[in-house]
Design a protein around this ligand. Structure first.
Ligand code: PLP
Length: 457
């Protein structure tokens, strides 16, 4: 019997040494972020209280490639290159002629793709003489990644965790604390943004938008503190492109090209990281995959949001970004995929969607957990709740291939493991997980609260 090749591994010497910026390869540049007061494009000075110069430069760079600093590569080598797996047993269970590959990011110290950007963000802040970083976290994966990176570069890390996740996932807080971070339940009494919300509802479940407001408020008030964002922004997606660059090398090693690339989208960073290098190949005519983003039906920014200028946070302290948004006041149902509960979508991915270069689909969480359980029982990895969405979409595609007989190559990012999300699996397995149907009436108030920006912007 021929041995099954499950893992496609790269040598350390094949670790990418540059991040890829998709912007210069797009047919049109994305619309700029605007200052909420003047409605003029924001300049570096507007961002300087929040981010170090090197990251601001990466946010707006027109260069196609950005060198990865040696100090960052040294940390990446703790777990990168990450494995690409062929899902032989899942394929067999589905009876599909499709070949399914998943890039596994759960091998990182934080158990997700988030350290790919946490490490360079901590590095550039430390290099600029910053002593402390603030941030938000939803499910806790980003907070864990930044706490880890802060520990390596000697930075204090203070984290506002979305209340619903803080209550549901105490071990995530412990993990952040093990790495040395301080963690607050958001909304908190430590900021104007948090106090305002708690005055109206002391038991408020929180949202990523609220937690961002709190972290930004604290960073903006202290010259020795900066803010770090785990998704959405261009420099974050830039750092994540190591995922797609490695996956391309790994697929080439087994002489495959993807026909379908699917990933889950919260703020868009694991998806952008997987997809942008592949989009480069597609735009250059070297491959022609369908590219598909999958989001939760309970927080459907790409499929049911509007493409408009909106704030990145709830209190309205960030620049206005043109993106697919449900409105910055939208508070999603506390579904278990905490990392996908963001009202907006990366402006760069939103722009790519507007250009017609990617499809989007929203899935209910019970279908996603059914897929994850099938995946765990065949492949042996318990996925984080977020990539269960990508897996459910892979399974839909693979079953369509069973009907049509097409031998498609399906590629996805399994962007994290779910070892600290077993409560969600318990809810699913015991029949306590429900699918929330989000009505148009429920979406309307937050959409009505979008900031007024003149037409044509
Ligand atoms: C944070 C997170 C997400 C969502 O964020 P993106 O920026 O959309 O990738 C998805 N999966 C995992 C495992 C995460 O930690």
């Amino acid at each position: 019997m021929a041995a099954l090749q499950h893992k496609i591994l790269l040598d350390e010497s094949q670790l990418p040494t540059q991040w890829y910026n998709v912007v210069p390869d797009l047919p049109e540049p994305p619309p700029p972020p605007l200052h909420p007061g003047t409605l003029q494009p924001v300049g570096p000075d507007d961002l300087a209280p929040l981010f170090p110069e090197a990251l601001i430069a990466q946010e707006v760079t027109g260069e196609r490639y950005v060198d990865i600093p040696g100090e960052v590569l040294d940390v990446y080598r703790l777990w990168r290159p990450a494995p690409l797996y062929r899902a032989h047993r899942l394929e067999k269970a589905l009876g599909t002629p499709a070949r399914i590959y998943y890039k596994y990011e759960g091998v990182s110290p934080a158990g997700s793709h988030k350290p790919n950007t946490a490490v360079p963000q901590a590095f550039y802040n430390a290099q600029a003489g910053i002593r402390k970083l603030t941030t938000e976290t939803g499910a806790g994966q980003w907070g864990t990644a930044l706490a880890f990176a802060g520990a390596l570069f000697d930075l204090d890390v203070e984290i506002w965790q979305v209340g619903a996740s803080y209550d549901q996932k105490p071990y995530r807080r412990t993990m952040m604390e093990v790495f040395g971070a301080r963690v607050h339940r958001s909304p908190s009494d430590l900021t104007d943004a948090g106090r305002g919300i708690r005055a109206e509802d002391p038991q408020h479940p929180g949202s990523l938008g609220i937690a961002i407001s709190e972290a930004v408020e604290v960073a903006a008030a202290d010259p020795g503190t900066r803010y770090a964002l785990g998704s959405v922004l261009n420099h974050v997606l830039l750092h994540q492109t190591v995922i797609g660059e490695e996956a391309l090398l790994q697929l080439a090693a087994v002489e495959e090209k993807p026909d379908v690339v699917v990933g889950c989208t919260g703020g868009g960073s694991n998806f952008g990281g997987l997809v942008f290098p592949i989009l480069r190949e597609k735009l250059a005519g070297r491959m022609s995959p369908t590219i598909r983003a999958v989001e939760p039906a309970s927080c459907p920014s790409l499929t049911r949001g509007v493409y408009a200028y909106d704030f990145g946070d709830t209190a309205g302290m960030t620049p206005l970004m043109k993106m697919h948004t449900l409105g910055h006041d939208f508070v999603p149902d506390p579904i278990h995929a905490g990392g996908l509960r963001y009202h907006g979508m990366s402006p760069l991915l939103s722009h790519v969607h507007e250009l017609g270069l990617l499809e989007a689909l929203a899935l209910p969480q019970t279908e996603c957990f059914a897929a994850a359980v099938q995946f765990a029982r065949t492949e042996g990895i318990v996925p984080a709740p977020e990539p269960t969405h990508a897996l459910a979409a892979c399974i839909r595609e693979a079953l369509a291939c069973r009907e049509s007989g097409e031998e498609k190559v399906i590629l996805t990012a399994l962007c994290g493991h779910g070892h600290l999300d077993l409560g969600a699996y318990d809810a699913y397995l015991s029949g306590r997980m429900a699918d929330e149907a989000v009505t148009d009436e429920r979406l309307a108030p937050a959409l009505a609260g979008l900031p007024p920006v003149p037409a044509g912007s």
